[in-house]
Write a protein that binds this ligand. Sequence first.
Ligand code: PFF
Length: 456
Amino acid sequence: MEHAASRGGFSGKMGFILAAAGSAVGLGNLWRFPYLAEQYGGGIFLLVYLILVIVCGVSLMITELAIGRRTGKSCIDAFLDLGERNKYVGWFIALIPIIILPYYCVIGGWVTKYFVEYAIGAGSDLASGSYFNDFMSASMGGVFDSPLTWFLIYALLTILVVAFSVEKGVERVSKFMMPALLILLVGMCVYMLTLPGIMDGLGFYLVPNFDDFSMKTVLGAMGQLFYSLSLAMGIMITYGSYMRKHVNIERSSQTICLMDTSVAFLSGLMIVPAVVIFSDVGLSSGPGLMFNTMPLVFDSMPAGHIIGAAFFLLAMFAALTSSISLAETVVSIFKDRWKWKRLIACGACFAIMICLGVLSVFGYGPLSGIQPLGMAFLDFFDFITNSVMMPISALAICLIVGYIIKPRFIIEEIEAEGNRFQMARIYPVMVKVVCPIFMAVVLVTGLLSYFGIYSI
Ligand code: PFF
């Protein structure tokens, strides 16, 4: 068995945390978290999300990292190692990044377009209420006005980095970009607090209103938790396989969860209250929220176009580190399973990105007549992965660890080289009882209420 120590990997604790945080912090925090928070009742969504991170997020991250480090393998092979019968679980989980990557690149394309508009000084055009919808429905003519072009540019950028193995270069740049993004987010939040009328918006975001609670909210928050922390899709298993034995898995998991949640919280603080402040413009919510509100905020501030360019550039880097880690996972599945050469595996990955990505791009325009489960293609891919496949995959991981390989397998790995596992006592309960029951209940009731069959 190839072991973590012989796989080389991250140089130390900080190297590992930065790489994992690079994968975790991305569009999930900046784009997805705020629009879900707005959609699912503000404060109540925030509260449910925080509880879920503490109850399920940390335990799941510990579990995945430990499976990866103990087996020294990535997702499919790691599950094979845990028993022939688990093979299908590995395959099911491996399918998730393949579905997410294409639509992730579509949104990466929107961010790239907005960055370029600000960089060439045309940022104020974006602040007209209908800009984003016109752009999405590709009704503005011109090659550089089409979301397809920007998707292709972003997807090409992602796959080129992976094909030519220049991730290290991107990582080096993002070491500066990540802290810069954090500083900019804090600065923007401080600015937002000075805007007239902010109190109503803040109240909506920070104070839970229990009348807005439903199982749909919990299902949404749970899907977001997996997505944002890059959990339940095999990524953290792969990251774990590159982790050195002396690194403390528990402490690292807590740090990554804390970093990721802080960025999500700040993005929400920057975007959600703005909806109330700029409500007279008639902002549309949903996936376009960030692209509708941020230009209005930048338009209202001094030197807004420079800050807007900086914001979208930093968002682009955060997105790139995530899409590269997604693409890297897909490529390594092809390489490991079928022994394909790197470039061929990248070609296959790019072909899938294009096919599914084009559906997502046109789903808001020419293909809007086709609506799987009553949703546009992008929303459908997002829903099926986050709200259906990922809860199932997390449930399967917990059941396998809890009842087949047993929690000791994980605990021993965490306690390797004298590390202390503070949660050692409650971990078996979490992984055998609390997390599975929680996830099964949320998945079933959430789906029933999503489709209006039964509602709590
Ligand atoms: N966690 C990323 C985000 O919040 O944007 C999304 C993601 C990246 C998921 C990489 C999975 C992954 F492998």
